[in-house]
Design a protein around this ligand. Structure first.
Ligand SMILES: C[S@@+](CC[C@H](N)C(=O)[O-])C[C@H]1O[C@@H](n2cnc3c(N)ncnc32)[C@H](O)[C@@H]1O
Ligand code: SF4
Length: 394
């Protein structure tokens, strides 16, 4: 298995592989220090804190159902320590309560949000929405949650099947999401809600190996119908709703090829973005997988993840923790960012050369043409398009 080979050859598998990781010898215990490094620039845009890796859905487009690392939920004391340190170290001002898994399955989620809020952090939950009942909504609002993202993703009853929501019918799911969103925007709270859909443009080109049968919105006209339908459902009876004509005009600008954001209310946004081939790159789906020598990624320079067991990971897309080289329990956030593997990966990306074997696989592909397109695409996207967009938004 390529993944295990990767672990064996690099030794970069963190605590979960057993044995003595490099940092134990190097550091000899956990020490929180002052910052010594120039990169990454702080604060990071966000830190993903995976409260649980368990999920009540098994979405076909998501790697969660076939994770190869052990599953579990974060110890609440550890979670408190992680939040405290994110705040005191200045590593980030924003915490997102997932990497994998469904955060609403974590029984003490509202307490964690309250702790983050109390520390002055922006707190964000991305959820599949299945458990969003009135009690949970009210607890999260009372805890001061900054942003709730509901991953609606599939447009209708037929496509909902690919989410693997055992025992939950689409009408019940839809009704629950609509009720929760209406409840939040009707209240006098600062919480912003985002309702997110996935699109599948050029399916033959973008999802050649997996996901051929995924029923996700493919055409602009279907996306427009979907967004308009949800806008009217979510805004029914809301006196801050824009006029239907204004919504229609904004919806017409949305397209399946790019990321779309439609602000419907001061605290309600509809989002749609293309589904990614979030396969695990170490699985080759029966084809050879070529590592990338060129490319760019915003992992580590914009965000990192702390997995449920304390393992660090370079980015939110490293589902199996293959980039894990240390754990929070042994190495402070600042020391982790200063550590050799992280600094080496950052310096590699500065030269547009992914250096970590996992990053090379993640940016790689089954064919030299795809690898080249991903290299150029990643550089253009992260280095040019995103900067231009941020500049325009500023
Ligand atoms: C891994 S989930 C974890 C949080 C929660 N369970 C949820 O579904 O919102 C985080 C986000 O990743 C998205 N996601 C999963 N697989 C994806 C893929 N292949 N491409 C793009 N986004 C994906 C989900 O839809 C969700 O919005
Ligand atoms: S997208 Fe979210 S809900 Fe679906 S399987 Fe992945 S973690 Fe679970």
């Amino acid at each position: 298995m390529l993944g295990l080979e990767l672990a064996r050859t690099t030794g970069l598998v963190g605590s979960q592989a057993g044995g003595q990781p490099w940092y134990c010898a190097a550091v000899g215990g956990r020490n929180t220090t002052t910052r010594r490094f120039a990169l990454p620039r702080l604060p990071l845009e966000r830190v993903h804190v995976e409260v649980t890796s368990h999920c009540n859905f098994a979405c076909e487009f998501c790697p969660n159902p076939s994770l190869e690392r052990p599953g579990g939920a974060m110890d609440f004391t550890l979670l408190g320590e992680v939040l405290d340190e994110i705040s005191t170290s200045g590593v980030s001002r924003q915490v997102v309560f997932h990497q994998q898994g469904e955060p609403l399955l974590y029984p003490r989620l509202a307490e964690a949000v309250a702790r983050g809020t109390g520390l002055g952090l922006t707190t964000c939950i991305t959820t599949n929405g299945a458990l969003l009942d009135d009690r949970r909504v009210d607890e999260l609002l009372a805890a001061g949650l900054s942003r709730l993202v509901v991953s609606l993703q599939t447009p209708d009853e037929e496509s909902f099947v690919i989410r693997g929501a055992r025992g939950l019918s689409y009408p019940a799911f839809e009704a629950r999401v609509v009720r929760a969103v209406r409840r939040i925007i009707a209240m006098d709270v600062p919480t912003e809600v985002r309702v997110a859909f996935l699109t599948k443009p050029w399916p033959r080109l973008t999802l050649p190996i997996v996901g051929n049968h995924w029923k996700i919105v493919e055409h602009n006209r279907d996306l427009h119908t979907l967004l308009e339908g949800w806008a009217s459902r979510l805004l029914e009876g809301n006196d801050k709703a824009p006029a239907p004509g204004a919504i229609r005009k904004a919806v017409r600008r949305a397209g399946v090829l790019h990321r779309n954001e439609l602000r419907l209310h001061p605290r309600l946004v509809l989002e749609a973005r293309p589904v990614g081939m979030w396969s695990m790159p170490e699985r080759d789906y029966g084809r050879p997988w070529l590592p990338a020598r060129r490319g760019y990624c915003h992992g580590i320079s914009e965000h990192i993840a702390v997995l449920w067991n304390g393992d660090y990971a370079f980015c939110c897309a490293d589902h199996n923790g293959r980039t894990s080289t240390a754990r929070f329990q042994d190495l402070s956030l600042l020391d982790y960012l200063d550590s050799e593997p992280v600094q080496e990966a950052l310096q590699g990306f500065q030269k547009l050369r992914p250096s970590h074997p996992y990053c090379q696989l993640c940016l790689g592909g089954p064919h030299p043409g795809i690898v080249a397109v991903k290299a150029i695409g990643s550089i253009l996207y992260f280095k040019v398009l995103r900067r231009l967009r941020r500049h325009a938004q500023a």
